[in-house]
Design a protein around this ligand. Structure first.
Ligand SMILES: Cc1cc2nc3c(=O)[nH]c(=O)nc-3n(C[C@H](O)[C@H](O)[C@H](O)COP(=O)(O)OP(=O)(O)OC[C@H]3O[C@@H](n4cnc5c(N)ncnc54)[C@H](O)[C@@H]3O)c2cc1C
Length: 365
């Protein structure tokens, strides 16, 4: 569908997690009228549970990213500096302090070589550290200096407020139950009412299964549980995120050290297991001995919306006028600004996102 000639396109978004709110932000900026339907509270979902890292360099090197994914991550990183201006960097704890990946044993040192080689191939800025920061205990390390982080617990409410201030409607505790074609529009039925829109974006994370009759691509979404903990701050101020093979640590601006994360494919419960939390803590302490003895302030679990090939599902859905912003997996915070722009391009200009992200890779359309 191409709405270029339409004066004000009316768009509904099912899901007010970071993907849905990012789409809302981009569409409002281009003059669309936007309504976000959120089953729970906006700006929570997996964002609330996440590590808040914007680690595009590290993630692409670690995952040996395809060119399309590396470009999406690069665009996400670049747009984050605009978002930080829009939302207020200090208000969301945004900073670019780099990621440091440490290693001590042979396997770890080999891993650093692989990261460096892939970063070189993907043209990702990195450097081998000759001197490690004093707080890190390791034999060697690589730095991805352009990676950053934010406080995801601050970002969620701030982004929802921004969308409202920009004229978006966010209807919380409103579950989209049915999607159907109605002439050249899409009918959205909720537990409250039914309305027609020019286009609808599905940004339902792992929870949109009820809408599968309208959108088969939802069946490709698989949950990947992640458990995390935080330790008491303030104290040692970590200017960077630490990304080791067995744990990561990001210190938020209120002093909390956030440590993650397990990766449990197929699990969608949010039960926290003491053994997993203790292992994460021990691993983090081996790299950052300054963490020893600190009180655990919280432990929690969240669910990443994964896909069989770990790539997002972006672009047109099965019904005319329905679009998909799904499967952001373990990088939804990083990717959200770029996903919002791609979805706005797809709906308002008819420019499809890269074919690598199309639902057709799982389903013949
Ligand atoms: C432990 C953990 C650590 C992570 N760390 C990072 C990190 O450091 N950096 C990073 O970039 N990413 C990270 N991620 C990934 C990131 O959090 C996710 O990719 C991202 O939050 C997914 O956002 P989403 O909006 O697609 O889905 P969700 O957050 O799941 O949001 C979907 C929303 O849709 C709503 N919804 C569902 N169905 C309906 C319906 N029918 N009607 C109305 N509303 C509906 C849900 O209530 C929910 O609020 C992490 C994730 C986890 C779990």
């Amino acid at each position: 569908m191409d709405f270029k000639s339409k004066p004000r396109v009316r768009i509904a978004i099912a899901g007010g997690g970071i993907a849905g709110l990012a789409c809302a932000k981009a569409l409002l900026n281009r003059g669309a009228a936007v309504t976000v339907y959120e089953a729970g509270a906006a700006g929570q979902g997996a964002l609330w549970a996440s590590g808040g890292m914007l680690a595009g360099g590290f993630e692409c090197a670690e995952a040996n990213a395809s060119p399309a994914f590396a470009e999406l991550a690069r665009r996400g990183m670049a747009l984050w500096s605009d978002w930080a201006e829009d939302l207020g960097a200090a208000r969301i704890g945004y900073r670019v302090g780099g990621v440091i990946s440490p290693a001590s044993d042979f396997a770890g040192l080999d891993w650093l070589d692989v990261l460096a080689e892939r970063a070189g191939q993907l043209d990702i800025p990195y450097r081998r550290l000759r001197r490690l920061p004093e707080c890190v205990r390791a034999r060697s390390a690589i730095e991805f200096p352009e990676d950053g982080e934010l406080d995801n617990r601050l970002l969620g409410p701030r982004l929802a407020a921004f969308v409202r201030e920009a004229g978006g409607h966010i209807l919380e505790r409103t579950n989209v139950t049915v999607l159907a074609t109605d002439g050249d529009r899409v009918r959205v039925e909720t537990n409250e009412a039914s309305h027609n829109f020019d286009a609808v974006i599905l940004a339902t994370g792992v929870a949109g299964q009820a809408l599968q009759p309208a959108e088969p691509a939802l069946s490709a979404i698989r949950p990947v549980k992640g458990q995390m903990l935080s330790l008491q701050g303030p104290g040692e101020q970590l200017a960077f995120c630490l990304r080791a093979r067995n744990a990561y640590v990001s210190q938020k601006t209120d002093g909390r050290f956030v440590i993650g994360a397990t990766s449990e494919t197929g699990k969608s419960d949010t039960h926290v297991d003491d053994t997993a939390i203790s292992a994460l803590r021990r691993n983090a302490e081996t790299w950052l001995p300054g963490l020893e003895g600190r009180e655990v302030t919280e432990s929690w679990a969240g669910i990443r919306p994964g896909t069989p090939d770990n790539l997002p599902i972006l672009g047109a859905g099965a019904l005319p006028g329905v679009y998909l912003a799904l499967g952001l997996y373990r990088n939804g915070v990083l990717l959200a600004p770029a996903v919002g722009e791609l979805m706005a391009d797809a709906i308002l200009s008819g420019t499809a996102p890269p074919v690598d992200f199309g639902a057709a890779r799982f389903f013949q359309r």
